[in-house]
Ligand binder design. Structure first.
Ligand code: BJW
Ligand code: ZN
Length: 248
């Protein structure tokens, strides 16, 4: 595959790379995206499931939906795109900022990860905040209760209308300001505040490279749009880095 010369040049001069990812990153691992063709939410409305109000109205239904998705995540593996990002760590300082809740970057071995929207691997009690990280999740159709206070247990993900947890956003902003090159991979980039991160990178001088199978809201801001699947393009970029960038 041929890449733009300007991009190859940026790969040669960059030291610090940010990889900002969305659901398309995991599509080739068999996890459905939210929007777009084959999107999970073509049939289900997000606000009916991924919000605090939805959970309070029908906790069992929402719990069942997360259990269904957890099973899929447990039974899948990171794809060649995830592993390619890990490979890049041999050549650059790499920071992954992900909107994904599937834990696949960590399972692939990426070191520096900010999870903007949390993780479905973790759960916590809504009343006393006890975390249940490796809760035996046999409870399929009924939301489990806290051992300590009998409160409802919910997944540690960020729902619509909720603030991002802890320092995930400020940490990501800081990293965005410091990177030389920012890859935006498999995201429609319509959910805020997450979508500010690649924009911040660009504002602070980073070269913005989008990898997606379609145009997105961010495409017009990208310095380079590479159309294709993340699991195919990223290994090509690693090959280029290995063979050309660091040998010539
Ligand atoms: C491939 C591929 C392949 C496929 N290779 N590519 C301004 C205006 C209006 C509303 C708001 C606003 N600012 C904030 C809001 C509210 C809201 C928001 O952004 N709404 C928008 C609709 C505008 N934001 C929030 O509520 C956020 N919180 C917040 O703002 O707090 C402050 C506040 C407090 C109180 C009141 C109000 C505000 C929180 C947002 C949390 C989002 N959570 C979710 C669910 C997580 C839990 C779960 O998983 O169940 O996060 S929503 C969902 O969307 C999920 C994702 O992380 C997120 C982004 O989706 P993503 O990753 O982009 O996926 P897709 O499916 O959209 O795109 C896939 C892409 O991949 C496509 O482009 C494909 O082409 C591509 N693709 N295969 C490469 N093989
Ligand atoms: Zn509790």
């Amino acid at each position: 595959m041929e890449f733009k010369t300007e991009f190859i040049q940026k790969l040669k001069t960059s030291k610090n790379i940010m990889v900002f990812t969305g659901a398309g990153m995991s599509a080739e691992s068999g996890i459905a995206t939210f929007r777009g063709k084959d999107g999970l939410w073509n049939k289900l409305k997000p606000e009916e499931l991924a919000s605090f109000n939805a959970f309070m109205k029908n906790p069992d239904m929402v719990w069942e939906w997360y259990q269904y998705r957890r099973k899929i995540v447990e039974n899948t593996e990171p794809n060649p795109g995830h592993y390619a990002i890990v490979e890049l760590e041999k050549y650059y300082e790499v920071n992954v900022v992900t909107q994904n809740v599937d834990n696949l970057h960590a399972r692939a071995g990426s070191k520096n990860i900010e999870e903007l929207h949390g993780s479905i691997v973790r759960n916590f009690c809504m009343d006393c905040r006890t975390f249940y990280n490796d809760l035996k999740l046999e409870s399929e159709k009924t939301v489990p209760r806290c051992e300590k206070c009998n409160g409802l247990i919910r997944p540690d993900v960020v729902w619509f209308g909720e603030n991002l947890r802890g320092n995930a956003f400020p940490n990501s902003e800081k990293k965005a300001k410091e990177c030389d090159l920012c890859f935006v991979i498999g995201t429609t980039a319509i959910i805020y505040p997450a979508a500010y991160i690649p924009m911040t990178a660009k504002q602070y001088g980073a070269y913005l490279v989008e990898i997606n199978i379609e145009n997105t809201d961010l495409s017009y801001q990208a310095d380079y749009s590479i159309f294709g699947k993340a699991g195919e393009i990223l290994p090509e970029i690693v090959r280029l880095v290995k063979e050309d960038v660091f040998t010539n």
